[in-house]
Design a binder for this molecule. Structure first.
Ligand code: NAD
Ligand code: USQ
Length: 397
């Protein structure tokens, strides 16, 4: 099948491109390379030495004989170009990764909030708008987030997108309804993913667009079967205070002897998924599209939940790293429970990769190999959620 991967130069996008190409799909990458520009803005770089997207595609072709096509398009800003591309190429599926995805980056300043909202909401709306405009009946698979549900005090298991409720009519009868689970974002970035959900709901209802929204947890790990095929196919690995995600950060911190940066008590519980499973889930979702006119299909794309301090303790036990409990730059619950339903992927054959020492050490080995590229001054999280939080983190000794 012909597949457009929007954001295919990113951390989850690139391994997905390779995985789908390996399985015989014709893959087109659309990316505006904004992440590479943001690295420059922040003065950071991937732990791993990434080649240009054109070079990555050349190496894949040399290795497999299969072409990957790259198109430099900003889907948020270049609506007409994107629409024309869709019309000419008419992919059977579109995978949408093309958003600004870091919560701390989205909270840095008013400029970063505006950029994140403009980029993410316009990207999603432009894709839906263009699909309808050119009468393209493609399956749209979007990478959403577990963060749309929020991390509050609800102890009940989080369902896959919809909450069954009973609503009483004026005549007293009770009606059964499935409504979108109440959105409860914890950052401007997470808020854009909540807005995406409404855009999807409207276009599925109004135009019969076939949409799957994957509510993904924090991704960890770095290699997949395909990125391991050649040094130059190496995946991006963010470790800095804005883009690095918690478990990958703890692993590189352990590799370079930096105390593990636990925010507050570390009582925050989050859902996790290994990068290899993330890629597999996307393939499963592609094989199981909803029919036109059906509501948006929502999967919880997460395989296990962990408390931040338990992860820090596990990494400390494995490596001898020290743990530092830092003032939390975020406005979030200090402690929360989290139980996530992920039965749909399990029913469709996902055999989850569990967090285990072997895979954790693989990441530490990658971090040790490229430790010379790590700028330790870029490790701290310096984006506070409020002015008070900024003051607390910046005056911490
Ligand atoms: P990433 O930042 O590494 O990749 C995103 C890619 O999209 C980048 O290559 C960027 O240049 C591109 N992009 C951004 N805006 C664009 C635009 N307007 N036009 C064209 N290209 C654009 O992020 P990632 O970690 O690969 O995440 C991909 C998706 O998965 C995101 O939408 C994110 O919200 C979601 N997600 C990620 C994680 C995680 O832990 N990494 C967890 C849950 C969900
Ligand atoms: N945390 C620490 N120390 C650190 C970094 C983070 O204690 O050094 C804590 C944070 O305070 C938070 C938790 O770890 O409580 C998770 O933070 P994170 O940066 O790993 O993840 P998050 O900001 O939620 O965002 C990441 C991706 C985002 C995706 C989301 C899925 O960047 O794109 O949507 O994970 S989820 O968390 O399920 O919403």
């Amino acid at each position: 099948m012909k597949i457009a991967v929007l954001g295919g130069d990113g951390f989850v996008g690139w391994p997905t491109v390779l995985h789908l190409s390996k399985r015989g799909h014709e893959v087109h990458i659309i990316d505006n390379l904004s992440r590479r520009w943001i690295d420059t803005e922040l003065g950071v770089q991937s732990l791993t030495p990434m080649d240009s997207i054109q070079e990555r595609c050349r190496v894949w072709r040399e290795l497999t004989g299969v072409a990957l096509r790259f198109h430099l398009i900003d889907v948020a800003k270049e609506y007409e170009r994107f629409k024309n591309w869709l019309d000419e190429n008419r992919p059977a599926a579109i995978i949408h990764f093309a958003e600004q995805r870091a919560a701390p980056y989205s909270m840095k300043s008013d400029r970063h909030k505006t950029y994140t909202v403009d980029n993410n909401v316009n990207a999603t709306h432009n894709i839906l708008n263009a699909m309808v405009a050119v009468d393209l009946d493609a399956h749209l698979v979007h990478l959403g987030t577990m963060g749309v549900y929020g991390y509050g005090t609800v102890k009940a298991q989080i369902p896959e997108g919809y909450l069954p409720v009973k609503i009483q009519s004026q005549t007293g009868e009770w009606e059964d309804r499935d409504i979108l689970y109440p959105a409860n974002p914890g950052s401007v970035y997470h808020m854009t993913k909540c807005l995406d959900q409404l855009l999807f709901q409207f276009y599925a209802k109004n135009d019969g667009v076939r949409i799957t929204d994957l509510h993904q947890g924090v991704v960890w790990g770095t290699n997949t079967a395909e990125t391991k095929m050649h040094e130059q196919l190496i995946n991006r690995f963010d470790y800095d205070g804005d883009y690095g995600t918690v478990l990958n950060r703890f692993l590189i911190q352990a590799a370079v002897g930096y105390p593990l940066t636990v925010h507050g008590t570390g009582g925050q519980t989050r859902a996790f998924i290994h990068i290899q499973d993330s890629v597999r889930c996307i393939e499963i979702a592609l094989k199981n599209p909803p029919a036109s006119g059906e509501p948006v299909t929502i999967f919880n794309q997460a395989t296990e939940t962990h408390r931040v301090r338990d992860l820090a303790e596990l990494v400390a036990k494995m490596t001898g790293a020290k743990i530092a409990n830092l003032p939390n730059p975020r406005k979030e619950a200090d402690e929360n429970e989290l139980s996530v339903c992920n039965e749909k992927f399990l029913a469709l054959g996902l055999d989850p990769i569990r967090l285990e020492e072997g895979l954790l050490s693989e990441v530490i080995d990658v971090a040790r190999k490229y430790a010379y590229r790590i700028d330790k001054t870029r490790i701290p999280c310096v984006s506070g959620w409020t002015k008070e939080r900024n003051k607390a983190i910046n005056t911490h000794p």
